[in-house]
Design a protein around this ligand. Structure first.
Ligand SMILES: *Cc1c(COP(=O)(O)O)cnc(C)c1O
Length: 241
């Protein structure tokens, strides 16, 4: 028993220490730009992780939890809601592809849906949110290079899409999300992150949308993303592995 406690204690410390190191890395990245480290939200992507790990993350001060599948999220959300783990207020983020037939459930659970990637889905989230009198916060996912294996709108569609969302009264579009193309050179990645920022700035200039959030940067590239303006980063392995 005694040994068991020690092991758990060490695991807990490991996540806390990792979060500390991540925060230092964020500060350092911010010091190279005009970004304010306190305005950068870390979303801990907890797919495949267990409740003890989520608890450690929350205790380390991260309350934004991301999942990429509705089914797994539902189980975690319900268990935590039922009070089996008293974690205080958690903000739930949907970061994975969302099927239209799961929109209803997603609207019931998530504070922010990052992965809105089709007109169908926009309309369905709006409809489901209206049914429960919710204004659903969303991000629009952009597929910067129009890669076959990725979801999201094309960059050149973005003005029209965001303008068109005015008619969805139960949606509040907070910003944009992307998953950067996989490249060997981090400097190349930076040009993709810059592209997303430029799309956001253009939308803000030419439409009456006011987009703030740029959800970009993961374990391998979050510092580059921050240097290009990310204010929401989605971390899995950096926190849990
Ligand atoms: C898993 C996942 C992440 C986190 O990835 P890491 O590389 O482990 O940091 C971020 N965004 C999405 C959409 C994911 O599915």
């Amino acid at each position: 028993m005694f040994i068991m406690y020690n092991i758990l204690d060490n695991l807990n410390k490991m996540i806390k220490e990792k979060v500390q190191i991540i925060k230092q890395r964020i500060s350092l990245a911010c010091s190279r730009t005009t970004q304010d480290a306190s305005k950068i939200t870390i979303v801990a992507v907890s797919k495949g992780r267990n409740f003890d790990q989520i608890k450690d993350v929350v205790e380390a001060g991260i309350i934004d939890i991301g999942e990429n599948k509705v089914q797994e999220a539902r189980f975690k959300y319900n268990t935590i809601r039922a009070g089996l783990y008293s974690l205080g207020r958690i903000k739930w983020h949907m970061v994975g592809h969302l099927q239209t037939n799961k929109a209803k459930e997603a609207v019931g659970m998530f504070d922010l849906i990052h992965s809105v990637d089709s007109l169908h889905l926009l309309a369905e989230i709006d409809k489901q949110a209206r049914k429960i009198s919710k204004i659903q916060d969303i991000l629009i996912q952009v597929n910067l290079l129009n890669e076959q294996d990725k979801f999201g709108f094309k960059p050149e569609e973005m003005l029209e899409i965001t303008e068109g969302t005015n008619k969805f009264k139960n949606l509040s579009i907070k910003g944009l999300m992307t998953i950067a193309p996989v490249v060997d050179d981090p400097q190349e990645t930076s040009s993709y992150f810059r592209m997303l920022r430029e799309i956001r700035d253009k939308i803000n200039r030419l439409t009456n949308c006011r987009l703030n959030i740029l959800s970009m940067g993961m374990t391998d590239d979050f510092e580059v993303a921050i240097e290009e303006g990310a204010n929401m980063i989605r971390l899995g392995r950096a926190i849990f592995d």
